[in-house]
Design a protein around this ligand. Structure first.
Ligand code: SAH
Ligand code: MG
Length: 227
């Protein structure tokens, strides 16, 4: 845990419940070890959505649809979510959950590998929730930037690897080393990419919040000159 456990417990104690169905789906996910967005990250996401009011949302990593259903509660009336999942066992459960909540027409689930699906999508999306395989974020990044509208927001979850990110590569378990170095690269890129403004927040398992800059005519000219 990145943040002091008692602090997290205290913050959780202040949360108010969602609708019974959403609470139930969250419990079903936890009971079956499906990795879903943490409580404290949920409340941050809700506030962001209410501030940004995105009409088109892209989620990378549906799992069983918990975060998509949660987001749906906080979108404007005409808001729509496109969500991507490749794990065959989770896809029918997610579809069933969207049906249970009566949200089939507000959430479109696309089956397949996130990178391939992202490449096939057309933007712009006002908000992207990146929550799939951590080692792949760096590969999704160019597509995420392409798909974002100007002033679009990219929220990436689980970026601090439960604190492992600050350890040296050799202190990290061997099987986590590739993810470790790729995640460091991703965070570096998010902070140094000319098109993004990013804040890395030690919330939950680590959140990176980025906004796509509106490029001026001069910026575009410079980019072209570099090519
Ligand atoms: N957003 C969900 C949790 C997602 S867990 C919630 O908070 O409720 C991450 C999901 O990403 C897993 O279900 C996993 O199967 C999926 N995933 C991992 N790699 C993927 C890929 N390359 N393409 C599509 N989905 C992927
Ligand atoms: Mg996650």
């Amino acid at each position: 845990m990145i943040v002091d456990e008692r602090m997290v417990t205290y913050i959780h104690s202040l949360e108010t419940p969602e609708s019974p169905l959403i609470e139930q789906i969250e419990q079903e996910a936890l009971d079956t070890y499906v990795p879903i967005i943490r409580k404290e990250t949920q409340s941050f996401l809700k506030v962001l959505l209410m501030m940004k009011k995105p009409v088109r949302v892209l989620e990378v990593g549906t799992a069983i649809g918990f975060s998509a259903l949660l987001m749906c509660e906080y979108l404007p009336e005409n808001g729509h979510i496109t969500t991507i999942e490749k794990y065959e066992k989770r896809i029918p459960i997610a579809r069933e959950n969207f049906k249970r909540a009566g949200k089939e027409d507000r959430i479109t689930l696309i089956e397949g590998d996130a990178l391939e699906v992202m490449r096939s999508l057309e933007g712009p999306f006002d908000f992207i929730f990146m929550d799939a395989a951590k080692g792949q974020y760096i590969h999704y990044m160019p597509e995420a930037i392409r798909l974002l509208s100007k002033d679009g927001v990219l929220m990436s979850d689980n970026v601090l690897q439960d604190g492992d990110i600050i350890e040296s590569r050799f202190a990290v378990e061997r099987r986590n080393r590739t993810i470790h170095s790729r995640m460091r690269k991703y965070l570096y890129e998010l902070k140094h990419n000319d098109q993004l403004q990013t804040s890395i927040i030690p919330l939950g398992d680590g959140v990176a919040l980025s906004v796509k800059k509106t490029m001026t005519v001069e910026d575009k000219g410079e980019l072209q000159n570099e090519e």
